[in-house]
Write a protein that binds this ligand. Structure first.
Ligand code: DAH
Length: 343
């Protein structure tokens, strides 16, 4: 028996040496180590041996089995390494090939304006607030002093989702959200850039556009604070020489309400095509927060006052960059988009 076992050992090692594929490895493993293999069959014969012989014989078979196993494992690793090496050699990268060229993107003019305005107001200590674009009628109109039958709704009678929800027509409802959250305690200093939606369509109006809302609530706030804030904004945005004038206007949620103009940055106020000969360019709506709005939003009007303003993002960009049609912001024409670099 021992002789045959030695033969099996030698044959196995010889065959392992000759293996050159994973399939071959499996065949040899089955031949020598499966239950039905001759070597394993010898295990079954141990019971016929005398007690004193059995242990030594068992050890002998095991040592052969272990040696074959180890050799097979060795071979398996060698085969895998060879395979990897071959793969790596085949996959040589040719560094002389021309590379892809990636074009550097540029910021969208809409975002450039949002960033610039945000920077100016953050510099004055304002926080950035956000509100939902799908808004409750209650916030978009009612809390801003525009009840159901108010004629001011006509201008913003826009995209309703159901009886109570609409795509917000202005960023002003963020004022109400922020005030209610403050639970009657000032100060509040926020701006809120975002998208708004209206039934509008011409060269300067689109069904979707951007606004930046501003709100300040504190004790002893007056129109002077509003004017100086707008002046600082105008100078930072359109140049040191800009002046601001306020014209009386009407918004349901401010009293008094104003429209603010800046002195024309094209002609310096002399009158030109851009300012239609007036020397002034209308830039935003603003006013002192209406006492009724303050009250509805939980503020005591004897203690607190505030001002608010709303500015159109595309309008600022169109003025600043001389863009002639609002659609250009949304059509993603690279020739248009790459012209604007943040100064
Ligand atoms: N929400 C106004 C609009 O869309 C703009 C506006 C005017 C906002 C006056 C204000 C404000 O906060 O005080 O036409």
């Amino acid at each position: 028996m021992k002789e045959r076992l030695n033969q099996i050992h030698d044959e196995a090692l010889q065959e392992i040496d000759n293996i050159n594929s994973m399939d071959g490895l499996q065949v040899v493993r089955n031949t020598y180590l499966s239950k039905k293999s001759e070597l394993m069959q010898f295990m079954g014969k141990m019971k016929d041996l005398k007690n004193e012989e059995r242990a030594a014989f068992g050890q002998f078979i095991n040592s052969i089995k272990n040696e074959i196993s180890e050799k097979l494992e060795h071979k398996r690793k060698a085969l895998e390494e060879a395979k990897l090496k071959e793969k790596l050699e085949k996959e040589v990268v040719d560094f002389t090939l021309p590379s892809f060229s990636y074009q550097k993107g540029s910021k969208h003019p809409f975002q450039i304006i949002v960033d610039q305005v945000s920077e100016i107001f953050i510099g004055m200590g304002y926080d950035i607030a956000e509100g939902p674009e799908v808004e409750l009628d209650f916030f978009n109109f009612e809390l801003l002093n525009v009840p159901k039958d108010h004629p001011a709704r006509d201008m913003q009678d826009s995209f309703y989702i159901d009886e109570t929800h609409l795509m917000r027509s202005q960023t002003s409802p963020v004022q109400a959200h922020v005030m209610l959250k403050a639970e009657g305690k000032g100060p509040i200093k926020i701006i809120s850039p975002g998208k708004v939606y209206r039934r509008d369509d011409d060269a300067t109006h689109s069904h979707q556009f951007g606004q930046i809302e501003g709100l300040v609530i504190d004790k002893n706030i007056n129109m002077g604070n509003l004017l100086s804030t707008l002046e600082l904004f105008a100078k930072s945005m359109f140049g040191e020489k800009r002046e601001v004038r306020m014209r009386s206007s009407y918004f349901p949620f401010t009293e008094p309400s104003v429209e603010a103009d800046i002195s024309c940055f094209e002609c310096g106020g002399k009158g030109c095509k851009l300012c239609k000969g007036t020397g002034w360019i209308e830039i935003l709506g603003a006013g002192m927060v209406h006492p009724h709005v303050l009250e509805m939003c939980g503020f005591d009007t004897k203690e607190y006052q505030g001002f608010a303003f709303g500015v159109g993002i595309e309008r600022v960009a169109m003025l600043k960059y001389g863009i002639d049609h609002i659609r250009k912001f949304y059509t993603n024409d690279k020739r248009f988009l790459t012209q604007f670099v943040k100064e």
